[in-house]
Design a protein around this ligand. Structure first.
Ligand SMILES: [Zn+2]
Ligand SMILES: [Zn+2]
Length: 441
């Protein structure tokens, strides 16, 4: 398998003399399998030069499979300049997460309306197909692709591509689920020692991969002022990659304010950290034009999904009950979920929520942790004592970011634990991820 980086910059294209080495184009990575399947991870401005490269190869027709992690601009802006789509006879299959506002087709058509671009999406001569994905195992052009949600203020999928006896995992636009990666009492460096279930799941998803391409937009010093923006630091990526037994780690989505000198410094620090951890993890900062050839490994094992997942969340109107004793917060959450077309009920206390659940079982409970009287943990205890509510998924919302509270939440059986402050798109993405992982009756 061959992997080539065409765009390594995050947020906005940053060409110029200061970014000449690591590159100024936004996210785009080409994966070519030994049998010739072409998978393109994200379609940022890097896709323009990739397209020119494909055309210059002269292969006809071109069959391209584009896997979009999400549809923020820096991941789709290159699509209108992806020249193979302008040639009749070529095929372009576009895959991306279900659950943005509108289908994948509508979102891509939006950036090509005449106001923004002279040619509309429907006018492109190639055969273009659209595939809205949720979590789970997919086959794309004969290649096994596993998708899993990332933590980002938009529905965002990470992809694990397995072919030719290797695994490449693409985890771009992702933020740690928790401030603390490790439990204080456990030995760091092991997947079992990870505090938040979301980070543990993230680690398992990349486990044993030959190459992980991971978001590392910020330094640990910058991160506190960029919290909830949906990006990682190099130390998070290195620590989690080392714990997951990853062989090679490519840090990417470089911040537009970081010049080559700065990114080289990040690379040096990431290497020092990887060396200290002693797992043999080879880490580097991805640069435009970087090409890797991954040789097959006899010990390669395919990823096994352990959780249930829904083929589609959009097909059904889910009922969500929100419980919060703060009227402003309650109103904010209810409005955001109603905007996402859910049927939403609300309760202002634990006892009220439990009474409502007796009358009608929701598909998901969004539960505040700290409430006067009966708190979220007490609600969980009562719920789990009711046989009919055993399987009710619960997303806990909380200002309690400390380790004992996080552990108490998961030990009480919550599916996700979202800490304040959070942004509305981050919350609605986490809600949708919970619903996608729910076993429906
Ligand atoms: Zn991005
Ligand atoms: Zn993004």
């Amino acid at each position: 398998m061959r992997v080539r980086f065409w765009g390594t910059r995050g947020s906005i294209a940053t060409p110029g003399p200061d970014t000449i080495h690591f590159g100024g184009n936004t996210s785009c990575v080409q994966v070519t399998t030994d049998s010739g399947a072409l998978l393109i991870l994200d379609c940022g401005t890097g896709a323009h030069r990739l397209a020119a490269h494909l055309m210059a190869q002269g292969k006809k027709p071109i069959t391209a499979n584009i896997l979009l992690g999400h549809t923020h601009w820096d991941h789709i802006q290159g699509f209108p300049f992806f020249s193979p789509a302008f040639i009749k006879g070529n095929s372009v299959a576009i895959h991306g997460p279900e659950g943005s506002r509108g289908s994948l087709h509508d979102v891509l058509a939006g950036q090509m309306e005449f106001t923004y671009f002279p040619i509309e999406l429907g006018q492109l001569p190639a055969a273009i197909t659209y595939h809205d994905l949720t979590e789970g195992i997919h086959t794309i052009n004969g290649v096994r692709v596993v998708a899993q949600y990332l933590n980002h203020p938009a529905m965002t999928l990470g992809y694990r591509i397995e072919a030719d006896g290797v695994a490449v995992v693409y985890l771009v636009d992702h933020e740690p689920f928790s401030d603390e990666l490790w439990r204080a009492v456990a030995e760091p460096g092991h997947i079992e020692s990870i505090l938040h279930e979301g980070d543990r799941r993230h680690a398992k998803f990349m486990a044993d991969a030959d190459l992980v391409i991971h978001d590392a937009q910020y330094t640990p010093e910058e991160y506190p002022s960029k919290k909830t923006w949906g990006h990682s630091t190099y130390d998070y990526a290195v620590q989690i990659g080392a714990a997951a037994g990853v062989r090679r780690l490519a840090l990417t989505h470089h911040d537009p304010s970081h010049n080559d000198h700065f990114v080289a410094d990040i690379e040096q620090k990431a290497r020092t950290l990887a060396l200290q951890l002693g797992t043999g993890l080879d880490v580097f900062c991805a640069y435009e034009g970087c090409e890797l050839v991954l040789e097959p490994r006899s010990a390669f094992k395919p990823f096994i999904a352990t959780d249930p997942f829904q083929a589609s969340v959009a097909q059904r109107r889910f009922h969500i009950l929100v419980v919060d004793d703060q009227p402003d917060m309650l109103a904010l959450i209810v409005r955001a979920l109603e905007d996402d077309q859910y049927i939403v009920s609300k309760a202002t206390s634990g006892p009220e929520a439990l009474r409502m659940i007796e009358g009608y079982m929701p598909d998901l409970l969004v539960l505040d942790y700290k409430m006067v009287g009966m708190d979220g943990l007490a609600v969980m205890k009562s719920l789990r004592a009711k046989p009919e509510a055993q399987g009710l998924p619960v997303l806990m919302l909380t200002a309690m970011t400390d380790e004992p509270s996080t552990r108490a939440g998961f030990e009480a059986g919550v599916l996700d634990y979202v800490t304040k402050p959070f942004s509305i798109p981050q919350l609605t993405s986490r809600v949708r991820a919970c619903l996608a992982r729910t076993q429906l009756p």
